[in-house]
Design a protein around this ligand. Structure first.
Ligand code: SF4
Length: 357
């Protein structure tokens, strides 16, 4: 691991970037882990110094889950269904409170670390819903439990997202300048490189799939900058020690067997065509939206924008956390106003944790 953190190599990369004499370059990434590395190791600031601005896009699974989806899960919990969720979802605020609030009022909401944990809960609870969030990295694990003859009382509320359609939406909306894209190594481990081709071929955007150590990220940025200087737009792979060009065909087949893409909102975005994964009709008996259709229909209709919270603009790469007037004042990890402050992959939470007083 340490060879991916060598200071001397980092300095050489920065000097090579400086020699390129870049001006006002804007590179987007779509991953909370990349943002953590960029901020924790001060890479973001070093890159700014050589003319490269990094923007975080819609790469935090908790953050892109809509208020509507959380409200539906709270409604189920309050009606007597056991809700199993990843810990980061617990305190996401909505106009009717959070899942943690529902738990405090007596609802059965349990934190799990995997879909397999959720199956274990189904062995000692009556009706169990797994609120499944995450991108292509985690959706195969949800598919795996559904393909493995799950208990009758177990169902899934799929909030899984597919990354490339969100990038299509960002380019279509055209709100931010994107000169290059750092693609997330863990997503590419599953889907491979091909789904990213269109952004280079059609839009002439250089892309590099990057790993998560400091030097991974710096080399990734260097590779993008080199493409820009040389007038190329290709999909390259910095993370070749893990990512194969074809991805993981077994995981992809599992995803195709269990899910199909549907058009739904992401937080901060309009409906993204094909951007969300829903269970196929064959799995209807384990689809919480079908099993508990009548209860979910009674969920209150809420506004997506949480008064004053600018997570939507954060997720579209338009602002940074420091641009939100609430950051560190009325909004902190202890009293979050939005998911970007709740989730450890959220841009506001990361900035808050590594802020320099
Ligand atoms: Fe929302 Fe808080 Fe982030 Fe502002 S600082 S965008 S209120 S989560």
């Amino acid at each position: 691991m340490f060879r991916y953190r060598e200071e001397a190599t980092a300095k050489k990369i920065i000097e090579s970037l400086r020699a390129m004499d870049l001006k006002d370059i804007s590179i987007m990434h779509v991953c909370g882990t990349h943002q953590d590395t960029l901020v924790k190791f001060g890479i973001e600031a070093m890159l700014k110094d050589v003319g490269i601005r990094i923007r975080q896009g819609p790469g935090c699974p908790v953050c892109v889950t809509t208020t509507k989806e959380v409200v539906e899960a709270i409604t189920l919990a309050k009606s007597g269904v056991t809700i199993t969720v990843f810990g980061d979802m617990l305190t996401v605020p909505t106009p009717i409170g959070s899942l943690a609030d529902a738990k405090a009022e007596g609802a059965d909401v349990r934190v799990v670390y995997s879909s397999t944990d959720a199956i274990k809960v189904a062995k000692d609870a009556e009706k169990v819903v797994f609120m499944a969030i995450g991108f292509e990295t985690t959706s195969p694990t949800t598919a795996a439990v559904l393909l493995d003859d799950p208990p009758e009382n177990f169902s899934v509320m799929s909030c899984h997202r597919i990354l490339p359609p969100a990038l299509d939406a960002l380019f279509h909306m055209g709100e931010v300048k994107i000169d290059g894209l750092i693609q997330p190594g863990h997503v590419a481990t599953i889907i491979g490189l091909r789904p990213f081709d269109r952004f280079s071929k059609d839009l002439k955007v250089p892309q590099v799939v990057g790993g998560f150590e400091p030097l991974d990220v710096m080399v990734t940025v260097y590779m993008i900058a080199k493409q820009l200087v040389e007038g190329r737009a290709e999909v390259e792979n910095e993370y070749s020690r893990v990512v194969r060009p074809e991805g993981n065909p077994i995981a992809m087949r599992m995803l195709e067997d269990v899910f199909h893409p549907v058009d739904r909102n992401w937080r901060g975005f309009p409906v993204i065509p094909g951007g969300t994964l829903e269970l196929r009709p064959e799995f209807e008996a384990h689809n919480a939206r079908k099993v508990y259709e009548e209860i979910i229909a009674k969920a209150p209709v809420v506004r997506e924008d949480m008064g004053g919270c600018r997570c939507g603009e954060m997720l579209r790469g338009i602002i940074e956390s420091k641009d939100c007037p609430a950051f560190g004042k009325s909004c902190t990890p202890k009293r979050p106003m939005g998911p970007c402050m709740v989730s450890r992959e959220g841009g506001c939470n990361i900035s808050y944790r590594y802020r320099q007083e």
